[in-house]
Design a protein around this ligand. Structure first.
Ligand SMILES: Cc1cc2nc3c(=O)[nH]c(=O)nc-3n(C[C@H](O)[C@H](O)[C@H](O)COP(=O)(O)OP(=O)(O)OC[C@H]3O[C@@H](n4cnc5c(N)ncnc54)[C@H](O)[C@@H]3O)c2cc1C
Length: 403
């Protein structure tokens, strides 16, 4: 049996074309996106200039992305790293958020037709409202309530840091239908923009990094939505007698959607770190004459170690998505990827800044911005500590054991 760690030439070539384009077309707006908390207004025209079809990571598009022997999830990993090598502002404007992915995971066929397909066919923005003022990591602590009233669910509660929540076509909101029943009673509800009782309390949080992704605080005050907007709802009395929801609970759907995306978050960090390393290497090479030989060998050793670290981050990432392409369990591997990638990338960017001295911290370069951005990647979509807990459980005898 042959074991190969190489990507096909076709996929590598496709990734290179996207990466080169991203440097030319996306990177010039990196500072703008950071300062203005937004992608440039003409981002669609920018995307049009890409020489190969990129579409989105999950959206069918007019110009279809090519298929590769490696599979969809591995291809998307290459696309994510290549796209965000220029800068990450591009990824969220051409993706559609994660709300619609939850619909795909948890919805009935009718709900998928109604809420998922229009987004992938025509574009749009969706959001995912799980975090609340009282919790983030511990998803069992959902305080937002959903109370049945005739043919409606009435939502009450607050959601925090909801990416694009203030502008999305709809938000998938996680709420408890029965606090006494604990996490099993958490369900997911589609709340369209403009629904009465759905308020954007704060449009954007001023953050250290990833500033072009607006994160909103959302308030639900007696917000009534049709019962059909409960994902997985197949009729009957919701959680009472009647057909069971498609999934065990809304919480497992939320965690499932995040697990699919974890390697992509890590790939974004790898792109920032690789870009920092490449810029630092070029600049240091130009200054080589000013280094004494023994100092230069230390610089070379640092650069080599950083390249090796990024290589390891890629390997664990590819393993997670390779398993997903094979439709095998990858929960632990996705956590390994998310636990290892962002903090490693943070260390790489920090070391590159150090090697460049004052230039490294100057806003003339993008390293200081990527250093701020990469920190956030270790916090959202499951923090590093929480990923390490998941991996630890697998190592010490959980069902989803690390190979
Ligand atoms: C840019 C950005 C975008 C976001 N987008 C969304 C979104 O679209 N939708 C959404 O719902 N949320 C979103 N979030 C929120 C994000 O998912 C949460 O911030 C994250 O889950 C952490 O939750 P928390 O902030 O409450 O921190 P906490 O859960 O309170 O954690 C605080 C610290 O304690 C650590 N910790 C927690 N539990 C343990 C433990 N058992 N053992 C050891 N350490 C632990 C954590 O790692 C962290 O360092 C976003 C956040 C940011 C910054």
């Amino acid at each position: 049996m042959t074991v190969s760690f190489e990507l096909s030439d076709d996929l590598v070539g496709y990734g290179r074309e996207i990466r080169d384009w991203s440097v030319e077309a996306v990177r010039p707006y990196a500072r703008y996106a950071d300062v203005h908390h937004a992608a440039p207004d003409h981002w669609r025209q920018i995307v049009e200039t890409c020489p190969v079809a990129i579409g989105t990571h999950d959206r069918r598009q007019v110009k279809r992305q090519p298929a590769f022997a490696e599979g969809k999830w591995v291809r998307d990993l290459v696309v994510t790293e290549s796209l965000t090598y220029g800068d990450h502002w591009i990824s969220n404007v051409i993706g559609a958020g994660i709300g619609h992915l939850v619909v795909k995971l948890m919805g009935t066929p009718e709900q998928i037709d109604k809420w998922y397909r229009p987004i992938v066919d025509n574009g749009g923005q969706t959001a995912f409202g799980l975090t609340e003022p009282q919790f983030g990591s511990d998803t069992s602590m959902v305080e937002t309530t959903a109370t049945r009233d005739g043919d409606t669910w009435v939502l009450n509660g607050t959601k925090m840091y909801c990416t694009y929540g203030g502008q999305a076509d709809y938000v998938v909101v996680f709420a408890s239908t029965d606090k006494a029943a604990g996490p099993a009673a958490i369900r997911a509800f589609v709340v369209p923009k403009g629904t009465s009782g759905f308020h954007v309390a704060k449009f954007n949080e001023d953050k250290l990094g990833i500033r072009s992704w607006t994160t909103s605080e959302l308030l639900f005050e007696d917000c009534a939505i049709p019962v059909e907007n409960q994902l997985g709802w197949t009729g009957g009395d919701g959680d009472g007698p009647g057909p069971a929801p498609r999934t065990r609970s809304g919480r497992s759907g939320a965690l499932g959607a995040l697990a699919q995306n974890k390697p992509n978050i890590s790939a974004t960090g790898i792109a920032m770190a690789q870009a920092s390393l490449d810029i630092a290497t070029d600049l240091l090479q130009e200054q080589r004459q000013s280094f004494a030989p023994h100092r230069w060998s230390l610089v070379e050793s640092d650069l080599e170690n950083m390249n090796a670290a990024l290589g390891r981050a890629r390997l664990v990432n590819f393993r997670a998505q390779w398993l997903q392409d094979l439709q095998r369990a990858n929960k632990t591997e996705a956590s390994v990827a998310k636990a290892y990638g962002p903090p490693t990338c943070e260390r790489v960017i920090r070391r590159c800044m150090q090697l460049l001295g004052p230039d490294g911290a100057s806003t003339d370069l993008l390293l200081e911005k990527w250093y701020r951005d990469v920190k956030i990647l270790d916090i959202f979509e499951g923090s590093g500590q929480v990923q390490r807990i998941i991996v630890g459980r697998a190592v010490f005898g959980g069902a989803d054991r690390v190979a």
